[in-house]
Structures are given as C-alpha cells and as structure tokens.
Design a protein around this ligand. Structure first.
Ligand SMILES: Nc1ncnc2c1ncn2[C@@H]1O[C@H](COP(=O)(O)OP(=O)(O)OP(=O)(O)O)[C@@H](O)[C@H]1O
Length: 253
C-alpha cells in the first residue's frame, strides 16, 4: 500500500497528473483548493472587499467547481466578496434548459443569487432558431461571441464589473493552439492571462482555475459530490475547438 505523500497516514488514492505525486482524497481536496487560493492571491483577483462578482455559471463541471471552491475559500480566507451566479440561456433545447436546472440547484446549495439572461430577450432569437435558419456550420463560433457579449450585458444589468469563468488549464492550452493554428497573434499574446480588462469595455474577466487540470476538476467534483451537468452541447461536434484539422482552419482565415 502507498501512503499519501503529504500526510503520510492515509492510503494514497490519486496520482496527480501535474507532478505524479500520490496523495489521499482529503489532501487532494485541500491542495486543489490551496492552489486556487494561491492563483487568486498572486494575480490579485479580488483587490477590494465588498465587491460583487459574477461567476459565469453554465452548470458544467468547471463553473460548478469554481463556484464550490470560491464559496469555501471566501469563507475560509474572508475575501469579503459577494458572488452572484450569472447564466446565459442560449436557447438550445435539450441542453441548456437541462443545465440551467442544475445551476438553479447550485444557487440554493451555495446560497448565491442567480441571474439568467437569454439570447431571446437580448437579441430576439435563440440558437435553435439560428441553426434552423443558417445551419450548423460555424455556429459555435457565433454562439461563443454572443455568449461573451451576453455575459457582459448580464453583468451590467446586475451592476457588476467583474466576471469569473471556469476556464481551466486544458481549455487554455487548447485556446493557445487554436490561436496558433489561426495565426491570430494578438489573441495568442493575451489568451493565457488570468485577469484581462478590455480597452473597449470596463468589464474585468478572471480565470481562477487557469492552473487546474481538467482531470483534477472532475476528480474534485467527484470527491466533493458536486451536482453538475455533464452532457455536451447538441451542436458542439461542429466546433473548431474539438476538431482543429488544417482543412477546417482555412475556413477561419
Ligand atoms: N451559458 C453560460 N452561462 C454562463 N457562463 C457560461 C456559459 N457557458 C460557458 N460559461 C462560462 O465560460 C466557461 C467556459 O465555457 P466552455 O463553454 O468552454 O465550457 P466548459 O469548459 O465545458 O465549462 P463548464 O464545465 O463550466 O461548462 C465556463 O466555465 C463558464 O464559466
């Protein structure tokens, strides 16, 4: 039997993909949370007490883990921040309607206010209607752009100027590779930053899970028995992110 490399008393149950360390369940949970706390401190994500901050909440594993960890860390280290869950309803039947039910339960579990903003009320149409009219080609690209803007508009409605997202280390590695394949140098330069503030808007965006590997996020959610939604978007097989072949790349230049 291997003993945990941190506490040396319990049985090791996890081999960390990051460094090969064999640790027990309790030490994994505490080290995972400690690393997110370090990212928050080193990047000065919450510079002011009393700030209201939105968590972009999709109901998926990343944003659910983000909300759960922030709830714990805010209590433990007293950041003095009030978190609000902000969800965008893109209007994708059989996907977003189900995941929003998860976010509603999370709002109760984490005692956070929830605000849901829909593409239908912001733009006058849903993604299902867009796909019906123009087909599936490239729809993930528009949807991503609309979602980003919808998050900004939702946060403004709440009088909030700071949005956190659950982007993890694997997402950021994929984004770097995608920007490289597209030859998008300006984005390549800034896509790995933890805190970004655009020159055209006052909205600040942060990624506290930047150093968390997707495998460990799933493990954290599993060990903490978090309630999250794990079905893929019905339109996502079309995304460049999941299928970045050179032939497809040419359509983006
Ligand atoms: N519909 C949405 N409403 C609010 N925030 C969203 C929504 N979709 C995505 N986000 C935010 O953007 C982040 C990255 O989204 P992405 O679509 O890449 O999903 P993901 O990597 O599967 O994350 P998750 O597991 O949280 O769904 C999410 O973690 C979340 O913070």
């Amino acid at each position: 039997m291997h003993y945990c490399a941190i506490c040396h008393t319990s049985r090791a149950q996890v081999v960390r993909p990051k460094n090969g360390q064999k640790i027990c369940r309790a030490c994994f949970i505490s080290v995972f949370e400690a690393e997110v706390h370090t990212t928050i401190l080193q990047s000065n994500i919450f510079p002011a007490r009393g700030e209201r901050v939105a968590i972009g909440a999709s109901g998926g594993k990343d944003s659910t883990v983000l909300a759960a960890v922030l709830k714990n860390l805010n209590q433990r280290y007293d950041y003095g921040v009030e978190f609000v869950l902000l969800s965008i309803d893109e209007g994708i039947h059989g996907y977003r309607d189900d995941s929003l039910e998860t976010v509603k339960r999370n709002a109760t579990q984490y005692e956070m206010e929830l605000c849901i903003v829909g593409y239908d009320s912001l733009y006058g149409w849903t993604m299902d209607q867009v796909v019906d009219k123009v087909g599936r080609r490239g729809n993930c690209t528009y949807c991503g752009v609309f979602r980003r803007q919808a998050l900004d508009r939702g946060a403004k409605q709440l009088n909030i100027s700071h949005i956190l997202t659950g982007h993890n280390a694997d997402d950021i590695a994929e984004t770097i590779l995608m920007n490289f394949l597209r030859g998008d140098l300006p984005r390549l330069g800034r896509c790995a930053e933890i805190v970004t503030a655009s020159s055209t808007s006052t909205m600040k965006r942060s990624k506290p899970l930047k150093y968390a590997y997707e495998k460990e996020i799933v493990l954290y959610a599993h060990y903490c028995q978090l309630d999250y939604f794990s079905t893929e978007c019905v339109y996502s097989p079309e995304a460049f992110r999941g299928n970045a072949s050179p032939e497809r790349r040419t359509t983006y230049f």
